[in-house]
Design a protein around this ligand. Structure first.
Ligand code: DGT
Ligand code: CA
Ligand code: CA
Ligand code: ZN
Length: 573
């Protein structure tokens, strides 16, 4: 199996944790933690370094030793040191590191003194009161610990962006309607448009906190009250979603928004930068010596640090601060840049609306074109189109297009890539279409090599334009199938093909790291909804969020172009 950066980062984090338990040299521990961060945020899969000419040691914080560990992991799927640490220590220990408020030092103490070596032991000893007797713990700490354990168990569950919106919209609306409330804003991972969200962080700007707290903790959909305070409270909604709410005054609005938008990694890096300028930032403002420099808006804070405003989607400490400092931040693509949707379904296959309805809905969104990419017949389950049906659909599209002068439906199809890389429709059929999308819907379990070969063979068909939902992942349900993505990106570039960011909140496929890599090599992407109804055309916004997280600009996205531009400059004939 190919090793992903996230796995390397996770392994390094585990090594750091376990080393700390064994009482290793703190510098050594820190080196692994820093390396984990570097690896996690790197846009290129590091296994390419191992295979190619680039040196791992050129990466910040990666010396010979860590470079060897990465190579070892890539080549063998294991790191000897980690295996050794795991064999020497109880397996349940690693679980403890996932509990909020329980760092390595406390875990070491629990382990050394009370032989706490698993979540279960920890829960039991918290119950018996033994932990509260331990120096540095106490009843209050234990109570928090128990709360955080419950939270962690619940947090295994993360929410899709569309689910979150369903919960958030009525709550936010109710808060906005309260007397004395000026602004309500959702911060956290939701504002950064992360693909899934753990909990919701809401900021309210109000003259008085009390009525807001009262309304919030009495919210009709609440099932559990986690914490109540004067200006901040947390509740659990039906469905298990936690919502943290804070009331802040106008003066601190920007600094609170910045703080609670995160990411934590961005905030830490930003604070470091402030420190080097002898300034201090916290959730209340930005300060120098005893002077308050600002805090009413986020822009003000960035400005005080000589930085331009950084969009929330970029705040992951993946090079955005450096780019900001050098005035190299990308001007990110926006929803209003989109001129059409290149992957949708109609009643021709498994969609709910007719061609005409889909077309009208797209026109109303201001689009110039819409590709209806009904499935080809190979996918028996979705009642796809065969050659004849596709032809009849084409005739219908011609008629509909005669009735519009500012808009056109494109003749298209979502064609299956068969296990051997051949397509489920013949070239004579495909060449009648305006646009050919291809996808994998079967045999997800091929080896990386075979799956990659399968896709590359399809991309080499000169009639193919777009590879849609390229990795097949379904968030929280199905992992991406293993692929040599670098090879696929390069092939797409050579073959004049494009890859999709599928905007369905269940997919968001490509992920942001791959999207960013595509931009880096100059490969344009499409952002399409895969809508199966008129309403789902509005899912475009999720794809835009993902594209922005991948640093994409307008010019990096194919469907920001007019149809005539597309046909004359970009698409295979
Ligand atoms: P999530 O909820 O897991 O999807 O991710 P976030 O990013 O929403 O994280 P959350 O809800 O724990 O915290 C919201 C923001 O608050 C986070 O993005 C940054 C800020 N924050 C939370 N804890 C810390 C911390 O310990 N240090 C710093 N600097 N910021 C923090
Ligand atoms: Ca959150
Ligand atoms: Ca939170
Ligand atoms: Zn599909």
């Amino acid at each position: 199996m190919p090793v992903h950066n996230s796995e390397i980062a996770e392994a390094f984090e585990q090594i750091a944790n376990l080393l700390e338990i064994t009482g290793a040299n703190p510098f050594r521990v820190r080196a692994y933690r820093n390396a984990a961060r570097t690896v996690a945020g790197h846009p290129t899969e590091l296994r390419r370094f191992v295979a190619g000419d680039d040196e791992l040691t050129d990466l910040p914080g990666i010396g010979d030793d860590l470079s060897d560990k990465i190579t070892e992991f890539v080549k063998t799927g294991k790191i000897g040191l980690l295996e050794q640490l795991k064999s020497e220590l109880p397996p349940g220990l690693l679980e403890l590191f996932k509990i909020e408020g329980l760092g390595p030092k406390k875990i070491k103490k629990l382990y050394d003194e009370l032989a706490v070596d698993s979540l279960e032991t920890l829960e039991n000893l918290a119950e018996t009161g033994e932990i509260a007797d331990l120096e540095g713990f106490g009843p209050k700490t234990v109570e928090n610990l128990q709360k955080n354990i419950r939270r962690m168990k619940r947090l295994d569950q993360r929410f899709l962006l569309n689910e979150i919106e369903q919960y958030a919209a009525p709550l936010v609306e109710q808060l906005r309607g309260l007397d004395g409330v000026d602004r309500v804003k959702i911060a956290g991972s939701f504002r950064r448009r992360q693909q899934t969200v753990g909990d919701l962080d809401i900021l309210v700007n109000a003259s008085k906190a009390e009525p807001v707290m009262e309304a919030f903790t009495g919210y009709e959909d609440m099932v559990d009250l986690v914490a109540v305070g004067d200006t901040k409270s947390s509740i659990i909604l039906r469905g298990g979603l936690q919502v943290d709410l804070r009331v802040v005054d106008s003066q601190s609005w920007g600094s609170a928004l910045l703080y609670f938008t995160g990411s934590k990694e961005h905030n830490v890096a930003l604070r470091g930068m402030a420190g080097r300028q002898n300034k201090k930032i916290n959730e209340y403002g930005i300060y120098q010596d005893d002077n308050r420099l600002g805090g009413a808006t986020e822009k003000e804070i960035y400005q005080q640090l000589d930085l331009p405003y950084i969009e929330p989607e970029l705040r992951e400490n993946r090079g955005e601060l450096e780019a900001a400092r050098n005035d190299l931040l990308p001007e990110l693509v926006e929803l209003s840049d989109i001129k059409g949707d290149l992957q949708t379904h109609s009643t021709g296959s498994d969609g709910k609306n007719t061609l005409r309805e889909m077309g009208e809905a797209a026109r109303e969104l201001g689009y110039q074109y819409l590709a209806v990419t009904d499935h080809s017949a190979y996918l028996a389950v979705t009642g796809g189109l065969d050659e004849e049906a596709l032809k009849r659909q084409g005739e219908k599209i011609d008629k509909l297009n005669d009735g519009w002068d500012d808009f056109r439906l494109l003749k298209s199809a979502e064609v299956d890539i068969l296990p051997d890389g051949n397509l489920s429709l013949d070239d004579q059929v495909l060449c009648q279409l305006d646009l050919v999308s291809v996808a994998i819907h079967s045999r997800f379990n091929l080896s990386e090599e075979a799956q990659t070969k399968r896709i590359i063979r399809a991309l080499k068909n000169p009639l193919v334009d777009i590879l849609v939902h390229p990795t097949g992942r379904l968030l929280g349900i199905r992992e991406a199938y293993p692929l040599d993505m670098e090879k696929i990106l390069q092939t797409a570039l050579e073959e004049n093909c494009f890859l999709e960011i599928n905007a369905s909140p269940m997919r968001l496929d490509l992920d942001e790291i791959t999207a960013r890599r595509a931009r880096e090599i100059g490969l344009k992407l499409t952002i399409s909804t895969d809508a199966h109804s008129c309403q789902e055309l509005a899912n475009m916004r999720y794809g835009i969020g993902q594209a922005r997280r991948g640093w994409l600009r307008k010019q990096d996205v194919l469907n920001t172009r007019s149809w005539s531009d597309l046909t004359t400059k970009y698409l295979n004939s």
